[in-house]
Design a protein. Structure first.
Length: 194
């Protein structure tokens, strides 16, 4: 059986879980608390030398990692990867952007505030500034449209909703981003996220 090592508090792990659930793929979830040092153990590092979750072990024993790569692997041939090469590449643009320009700010601040319990005055201002810049980029992209790419939800929407929907846990105020707020609700409904 497919095995997923993931921390349920992580948006990167949840987006993979959501796709597996929606695709009705059987898997075993192994809760992996990243704050307890589990991902630095010799056994875990043998699976994923980067020591990160999510890590998936396929039924034949081969490991795979990196949340958006996993979305592409499990989404292959499904309805959330556009058939049109241009739209598919645009979707991938958003997947790469999410890990470089969104997750390092919104997810990091959310982790520091909601999970590590760091006070707001100890959060690096640059992280907040970059997080708001990411939300502004999304607001611009979603103005007058339902989805980030094309006319239907894609893996780009699934990837980006994971941390955007909990941005408030990092003290990001979404009230200035009405298109993003509406998109979060649409995306949660489209992917069956509660």
């Amino acid at each position: 059986m497919l095995t997923v090592y993931g921390d349920i508090r992580s948006g990167n792990c949840l987006k993979v879980k959501w796709l597996l659930d929606l695709s009705q793929i059987d898997y075993q979830w192994i809760e992996t608390d990243v704050t307890a040092g589990v991902t630095r153990s010799e056994a875990f590092l043998a699976l994923n030398p980067a020591g990160q979750t999510p890590t998936v072990v396929l039924e034949d024993g081969r490991p795979l990692a990196q949340s958006n790569a996993l979305l592409l692997y499990f989404g292959e041939g499904g309805p959330f990867i556009p058939a049109d090469p241009y739209d598919r590449t645009r979707m991938m643009e958003w997947l790469f952007w999410e890990q470089y320009s969104h997750e390092p700010y919104i997810a990091v601040v959310r982790f520091q505030r909601a999970i590590a319990g760091r006070p707001a005055d100890q959060i690096e201002p640059r992280l907040m500034e970059r997080g708001y810049a990411a939300l502004a980029r999304m607001e611009q992209a979603l103005a007058g449209r339902d989805w980030l790419v094309g006319e239907a939800p894609t893996l780009a929407d699934l990837s980006l909703v994971a941390y955007t929907r909990v941005a408030h846990e990092g003290d990001f105020d979404l009230s200035a981003f009405p298109s993003v707020v509406a998109w979060v609700s649409r995306t949660e409904a489209a992917f069956g996220i509660s």
